[in-house]
Design a protein around this ligand. Structure first.
Ligand code: FAD
Ligand code: MG
Length: 298
């Protein structure tokens, strides 16, 4: 067992975790960041919509954040996975993959989520390149071109109502979503050009939808909502409460980003139904402040 007791251990070294670590570092606290390096947006090269860094490389933004945090001598970093965490004494013990356990008085969970895409051949290979989920992130670049939505369930309605601001939208239901008459009328009124129930065979080229009846329909880009899963089981293992989002569960936090387990803070995509880099950075900052204040005030 390591004898070092960190003031805070941040699990997840991406946008939310880095932002939390930065606040704690600047409060002169001993901080450990454990990061497995699997950012949710690693499939996309550019990141859009983060003020001051719009359309820069997603990896470069994360690297710049890491350099900011690494500049503080009171921050340690472990590249790797946290396997488990439990409350012990006044704080927490975190089990690491391939390293001795570490102890922290507070935890910040910034472990993000992973996306489970609908089972359409050729979709996963194009994720982040010509297949997206967030129009605010990747809609503008499609330049009002043809947009296909690949339904994964009822939430396709939500995506179909949003996307007409970004281009000419066709919804492919592919047997996973059966809109009722009211929804069909709403989508038509909103400007969705077609709702196509023909089964999809596969996606080809940039974003060409190949249908079972032989049609090949090219698009500038495709959108789909995947099912969202926690990247790490640690919040559940610690007993944190979750809320149900439309695409999957997320960790419940209060205004100060504390979970329902005292001393455990969380931020970023793992704590909200929808997120982006700007929100993850804001959340992380709040979680970092929350963890620091709880070290002071209990
Ligand atoms: P993440 O960035 O997912 O980071 C979580 C980190 O925790 C990872 O490094 C992971 O390895 C680590 N981790 C998980 N479990 C453990 C563990 N047990 N131990 C140690 N480390 C662990 N947002 C935008 O603002 N603009 C965009 O253009 C944009 N494009 C996107 C494109 C795609 C294809 C996708 C899927 C998402 C995109 N997003 C975009 C959303 C953005 O990626 C997320 O909102 C953001 O990454 C959330 O940051 P986070 O720090 O909460 O989580
Ligand atoms: Mg990481």
């Amino acid at each position: 067992m390591s004898t070092t007791q960190f003031d805070a251990i941040v699990i997840g070294g991406s946008y939310a975790g880095l932002s939390a670590a930065l606040q704690l570092a600047r409060a002169w606290r001993q901080v450990l960041v454990v990061g497995a390096g699997q950012r949710r947006n690693r499939f996309a090269s550019e990141s859009h919509g983060f003020l001051g860094r719009d359309s820069q490389m997603a990896a470069a933004i994360a690297q710049a954040g890491r350099a900011d945090v690494a500049a503080y001598p009171n921050v340690q970093w472990i590249d790797g996975s946290a396997l488990d965490a439990r409350a012990e004494g006044e704080g927490f013990v975190v089990e690491l993959d391939g390293a001795a356990p570490v102890q922290g008085r507070r935890l910040v969970l910034a472990t993000g989520v992973r996306d489970e895409l609908p089972p359409v051949a050729g979709l996963a290979e194009r994720w982040g390149r010509s297949v997206f989920h967030c129009p605010y992130c990747h809609g503008y670049e499609l330049q009002q071109g043809a947009i296909g939505i690949i339904a994964s369930g009822e939430m396709a309605f939500h995506q179909a109502m949003l996307l007409p601001d970004w281009g000419k939208v066709t919804l492919f239901t592919d047997g996973r979503y059966a809109p009722d008459e009211e929804q069909r009328a709403a989508m038509e009124k909103r400007g969705v050009i077609a709702i196509d129930d023909t089964p999809i065979l596969r996606i080809e080229d940039v974003a060409t939808v190949v249908l079972a009846d032989g049609r090949r329909l090219p698009h500038a880009g495709l959108f789909t909502y995947g099912r969202i899963h926690m990247s790490s089981p640690i919040a559940e293992r610690l007993g944190c409460a979750f809320d149900d989002g439309p695409l999957g569960p997320f960790i419940r936090t209060d205004m100060g980003k504390q979970t329902t387990v005292p001393g455990v803070f969380a931020g970023g995509d793992a704590t909200r139904a929808a997120g982006n880099v700007a929100i993850a950075v804001a959340d992380g900052a709040m979680a970092g402040l929350g963890a620091h204040r709880s070290l002071v005030f209990g």
